[in-house]
Design a protein around this ligand. Structure first.
Ligand SMILES: NC(=O)c1ccc[n+]([C@@H]2O[C@H](COP(=O)([O-])OP(=O)(O)OC[C@H]3O[C@@H](n4cnc5c(N)ncnc54)[C@H](O)[C@@H]3O)[C@@H](O)[C@H]2O)c1
Length: 256
């Protein structure tokens, strides 16, 4: 929670991947706090649904169809956010996926390129698009989605994804430290398994899902809201000395 009451009222956040899962949950949490929310996703109907729900909660939303692997579409997303709300204080890059599961020797060029285009380039483009504006305002917070996978390496199923999320952690640290004296903070979040359509999208087998579950001392997957509340804290004035790092959120698991 913020230190200052109504801290988020009238401020604006851009959320990629806002149609589903963690991005959607975070959009609704920022709506609860009175923030304007840009709901960006390649899934246009989903983005629109989240935006409708943000409006229904009494905040203002703009739904945008954006493929984050396109630099032009991401630049356009930031321009349209600024045209709609005048300024942008926060960026949450939640769009991401493991694409599909594969053993290490089965990772081909197409899988590697797709995984990096979405998770790494998508995050890079959005940070580069919004930073000039944040620097001009001498204020901005960027939160990027990494994953516990970057610590585990993704053996047997997702080295491609773990490597991409490792790049997200490194990029976040670099941006945070490059602009640390200019009012910019950047953080990443490394969750363990969260209950969203993510595992289905990656085609995770029931055995793999069980292996994840067995490794969590709390005995359950996280809820997307349990990440969204952390994004809110990270963006708030209660989190003013925290930058560059990744924060692990995993019910105590994920270290084997
Ligand atoms: N769910 C988990 O277990 C888990 C764990 C660790 C990290 N993560 C990360 O959290 C983030 C959110 O995942 P989630 O669990 O909410 O999954 P999700 O599948 O529910 O949501 C991902 C969203 O990203 C959107 N998206 C996909 N490709 C896109 C593109 N090219 N451009 C714009 N949007 C695109 C999808 O349409 C979807 O709405 C991802 O970066 C994921 O890697 C998830």
């Amino acid at each position: 929670m913020p230190k200052t009451q109504d801290y988020f009222a009238g401020k604006t956040i851009i959320i990629t991947g806002a149609a589903s899962g963690i991005g959607r949950a975070t959009a609704l949490i920022f709506a609860r706090e009175g923030a304007n929310v840009i709901c960006a996703d390649v899934n246009e109907a989903g983005a629109r649904k989240t935006a409708d729900d943000v409006n229904g909660a009494g905040s203002q939303a703009l739904a945008l169809k954006v493929d984050v692997t396109s630099r032009a579409e991401v630049n356009d997303m930031v321009s349209r956010a600024l045209a709609a709300f005048g300024s942008v204080q926060f960026l949450f890059n939640s769009a991401g996926a493991a694409i599909r599961r594969a053993k290490f020797l089965e990772i081909d060029d197409a899988l590697m390129e797709k995984t990096f285009a979405l998770n790494v380039n998508g995050t890079l483009y959005a940070m580069q698009a919004v930073l000039p504006h944040m620097l001009a305002n001498k204020h901005g917070v960027i939160v990027n989605m990494a994953s516990m996978a970057h610590r585990r390496g993704g053996p047997g199923s997702s080295v491609h994804y773990a490597a991409a999320k490792g790049a997200v952690v490194s990029m976040t640290m670099g941006v945070a430290r490059e602009y640390a004296t200019q009012g910019i903070r950047a953080l990443s979040i490394s969750p363990g398994p969260i209950k969203t359509p993510f595992q289905d999208a990656a085609g995770s087998s029931p055995e793999l899902v069980k292996r994840f579950m067995d490794d969590i001392p709390m005995g359950r997957f996280g809820a997307p809201e349990e990440i969204g509340e952390l994004v809110l804290f990270m963006c708030s004035d209660a989190c003013s000395f925290m930058t560059a790092d990744t924060v692990y959120v995993n019910g105590g698991g994920g270290w084997r």
